[in-house]
Ligand binder design. Structure first.
Ligand SMILES: [Zn+2]
Length: 510
């Protein structure tokens, strides 16, 4: 077995090209990653050779013996004995080699994973020349767990950093304790109508369309169009942070950051009167921004109080952008390594929050985030005067700190401040009313009865009940014949013109 060691190594280009390159080799278990300032590639060492592709099969490198210094590009290479014979492989290998094409690997991985984790779903789409086009995968544990979770999916695409480019799509929920909960991933060639539509059609096979479902995203036009076509029953809201960044650009003579901040405050208004008050102030102070909004975006797409679906607290796509940050390094890996990295991270998150949810004392019924919020509100609620309006229907009037009176209906779980209705756990007025009910003997309402069940510990535990197992080593895979016979070519590679010099990186050729 070729000994692949970590560190800087010298690689020679193939027979037709006598140039040499130095690359940083990183040992990643069964695979390695080679990189310099121009490209990142991955491969596996086999019994006979090691091949690193620069992108096209004709531009691979061969590894020379450790310690042999052949200088930089242009140095003469004459010691063939020290090099390892390169097997010419044309269009039958993905960048990770071993004569196994990507679909074989993925489907066989899936077959193995399905043995231990039922319900995972994957799709691979090829173009007319049998080249890789799209990939979709969703783990059974996440699909199953999402059933116990608020039906809000945040979706976004982010660029991949390999020579093949493309976009990684992440569809994620936020668990009730405000942690990441990715449901599905996609790899596509760009944020286009066709790719988004393909992704949402596959997502629909694991998350069906229904009026309770809400999507939150930026305003990518292809994404908007695809959701409306594939998920006609769901509701779709826009990320108010992204919108604030568009809004502020429409103001030329104002403090743009302040415009964005004021817009976010306006968008988060819970009631229509509050919204109208902020609307008047905003339009008077920033007429250009107001005109931009009126012309380009309907209020029901961004204003919390007008949103027709149940969006809870989720009105930005910060969650998915945070996930993109977590996978920043993995987005530079080859496809299979990236999937492994994603699965490993999901396993880590599942284990962490499963443990947390099961170790929480049994007498705590609400998830920690909501329990803390309610606890804080209790302190304020004690100070507010409350009047019983109807003891049979559990209606109360509560005086707010701003002098207004709010009507709480505990039976229907509403309050005229609308926090109770939208957040789906009690506002300070509802808590005050609940305290009042305790004065009536025999009243059995408890705090957790006023919270959506999505905020209950048992639901939180259910979301993480399944184990995510790592994918076993490929040597243990039993690849069915019909999968082994399939051939998938790498997707077309367009070499970028010029060179981008990363700040702080070393240029080996100078
Ligand atoms: Zn209230």
């Amino acid at each position: 077995m070729l000994n692949v060691t970590k560190g800087e190594r010298t690689l020679r280009k193939n027979q037709e090209d006598q140039g040499c390159d130095k690359l940083l080799i990183e040992d990643m278990g069964s695979e390695f990653r080679a990189s310099n300032e121009e490209f990142i590639s991955t491969g596996r060492a086999s019994e006979e050779n090691m091949i690193v592709y620069e992108g096209e099969p004709s531009q691979h490198y061969e590894l020379l013996e450790s310690g042999e210094d052949l200088g930089f590009e242009g140095a003469e290479v004459d010691n063939n004995d020290m090099s390892i014979e390169v097997t010419h492989v044309v269009n039958v290998e993905w960048e990770d080699g071993l004569n196994v094409n990507i679909r074989q690997e993925f489907e066989s991985k899936q077959a193995v994973a399905d043995l231990v984790e039922k319900g995972s779903v994957s799709y691979v789409e090829l173009d007319e020349k049998q080249r890789f086009k799209y990939l979709f995968f969703a783990l059974g544990a996440c699909i199953k767990g999402f059933q116990a979770m608020r039906k809000v999916i945040i979706v976004d695409g982010t660029s991949l950093k390999t020579v093949y480019g493309g976009v990684l799509i992440v569809a994620t929920a936020q668990d009730p304790d405000h942690h990441h909960y990715p449901i599905a991933f996609g790899v596509v060639d760009g944020e286009k109508d066709s790719s988004w539509t393909w992704f949402f059609n596959k997502l629909k096979s694991v998350v069906p369309d229904c009026p309770e479902l809400v999507f939150c995203s930026d305003r990518n036009q292809s994404l908007i169009k695809s959701i409306s076509e594939v998920y006609p029953l769901c509701h779709h809201g826009y990320c108010i942070y992204h919108l604030s960044q568009n809004v502020k650009l429409s103001c030329k003579n104002d403090n743009r950051d302040l415009v964005a901040t004021k817009f976010m405050e306006w968008a988060k208004a819970y009631t229509e009167p509050e919204f109208e008050k902020l609307y008047d102030a905003f339009m008077k102070r920033y007429p250009a921004a107001g005109a931009y909004l009126d012309k380009n975006v309907g209020q029901s797409k961004w204003a919390r109080c007008f949103f027709p679906g149940t969006r809870y607290n989720i009105d930005t796509i910060n969650v998915v952008e945070s996930i993109n940050g977590v996978f920043l390094q993995a987005r530079g890996y080859s496809l299979l390594l990236m999937i492994d990295a994603i699965v490993a991270k999901l396993n880590q998150w599942f284990n962490k929050y499963r443990k947390l949810s099961l170790e929480t004392p049994r007498n705590r019924i609400m998830v920690p985030y909501v329990a803390n919020e309610v606890h804080t509100r209790c302190l304020g609620a004690k100070l507010l005067p409350v009047t019983e309006l109807n003891s049979y229907f559990l209606e109360y009037s509560v005086a707010g700190v701003n002098g207004s009176n709010y009507v709480v209906d505990l039976e229907r779980k509403t309050c005229t401040c609308k926090h109770f209705d939208i957040d789906r756990y009690p506002c300070v007025h509802a808590i005050d009313a609940l305290m009042e009910t305790k004065k009536n003997p025999g009243n059995a309402i408890e705090m957790h009865d006023l919270c959506s069940k999505y905020y209950w510990m048992e639901q939180w535990s259910l979301a993480y009940c399944m184990t995510i197992y790592p994918v076993p080593h490929m040597s243990t895979w039993m690849i069915p014949e019909h999968i082994r016979d399939k051939i998938v070519f790498p997707k077309a590679y367009v070499k970028k013109r010029g060179r981008t010099q990363k700040k702080g990186s070393i240029n080996w050729r100078t």
